[in-house]
Design a protein around this ligand. Sequence first.
Ligand code: PEP
Ligand code: MN
Length: 345
Amino acid sequence: MIVVFKQTASDTDVDQVCEKIRSLGCNPLVMRTAEQITIHVEEIPGPEAGESLKRLRSMGSIDQLIMLAKPYERIAAKHSSRTVDVDGVVFGGNAVVLVAGPCTVESEEQLFAAAECVAASGASVLRGGAYKPSTSPYSFHGLGVAALEMLQEAGKRFGLKVVTEVMDPRKVELVAQHAHILQVGARNMQNYDLLREMGRSGMPVLLKRGMNARIEEWLLAAEYVATSGSERIILCERGIRTFETATRNTLDLSSVPVVKGLCSLPVIVDPSHATGRRDLVSAMCKAALAAGADGLMIEVHPNPEDALKDGAQSLPTEEFESLVPELKKVAEAVGRRIVAPVTAA
Ligand code: PEP
Ligand code: MN
């Protein structure tokens, strides 16, 4: 169910309704956008549910209650599982898609060396950040437009599609002119204005799971994109924050089959950000394929020790090259194959 507030609702009104929902044994999930405040609530339990709903409906700050079969109607699993076709590279089909490239675009030399290697090894999508979200304001934040132009050029030269992150709703159009897929980073998974703008662009969207997000919140974020105009969404599991410190995040691989049971979208896995450790990437790539991932996103750098960002988790080009044949074997063992690279334009 979705509780939609009147435009006049105050923070106190929202708190009161949340309290009421909790007293009914449910967990309210508040979503705020520039235009609207809503609360998503799972089914109210117990025989008094009908009466409870009536009382909720009568609260003065509520505009309407929308009953949904599933809170994420548009992407729900009742639709047969769908594929996302990015100009011939298909996510969610029998073939597994390899997305690879540096964390951040640093120079033409660095990007082109990485692109050449990943294309020759069997990747079909080039990744690379032009706008980098960073926990620290003192970190490198990307080369911006110059990086977008390099990505576009590298994509053309090596026959790769391009995915890159957009952080600002005002940059969606600009990035869409240079890339084939728009990435929503983990830190922006609940930036609802950005999700809406992404949806409005009609472009394929790669939606990373927030590091603190439950699966339901992740799927609701996808629903934002879907209801705004683009259902070409690829989910990306990139690890969540737990008490464990041996790895950068904890790779929640069970989310792959869970999400596949709940929604119809393709899911890929990013073992680089999930582990933060180059030595674990190969094992986690294989485990992800065995768990049913439709693709992998892997950070690759020609000289990881000189990388401006995420060097510790980036595979040197030679390691990526030798990893792909191993991934092919695992893919075959689970009845899949690695997507054939498209030839350069
Ligand atoms: C990235 O893919 O470049 C990135 C920043 O990852 P995440 O948003 O998952 O941290
Ligand atoms: Mn990175």
